[in-house]
Write a protein that binds this ligand. Structure first.
Ligand code: SF4
Length: 131
């Protein structure tokens, strides 16, 4: 996640840097550093920031589960944790999902795929409208 995206999420949530630090369980100094681009935004912070931001979207923008949107084959559904844990509209939040036919090695690799996916598109489009 880029510094501008992180700052845009905080502003859209209407939180001060202090409140954002409390929400994310990090120091105010860390929030400042993320927003200035001095410090790389860690995976756990990025995940949580996206999760909080996703809760501000209308349900109508996120109602269809990923296995419907991506027309996953039934055998794929069964092995995918998005299906197992019913994370169809928040599949980008969990690791180990089977996207583009395979499990991705880590969060950064997964995010590269998610950022191009139709499931995450409404979230990113909403975010881009504020940056
Ligand atoms: S690529 Fe990401 S957003 Fe798309 S279905 Fe997989 S986990 Fe969900």
């Amino acid at each position: 996640m880029k510094a501008e995206e992180f700052a845009a999420i905080r502003k859209r949530l209407g939180k001060t840097q202090k409140k954002m630090a409390e929400l994310l369980g990090v120091s105010v100094k860390a929030i400042h550093s993320y927003e200035q681009g001095w410090r790389k935004i860690p995976a756990h912070v990025e995940r949580q920031a996206f999760l909080l931001f996703s809760r501000t979207l209308e349900d109508s923008k996120t109602t269809k589960p990923c296995w419907v949107i991506n027309e996953c084959l039934p055998h794929m559904d069964e092995k995918c944790p998005a299906w197992e844990f019913r994370f169809g509209t928040l599949c980008w939040f969990i690791n180990g999902t089977i996207c583009e036919g395979k499990v991705h090695a880590n969060w950064n690799e997964k995010m590269e795929v998610c950022r191009k996916c139709k499931v995450m598109a409404p979230l990113l489009s909403e975010l881009n409208s504020s940056t």
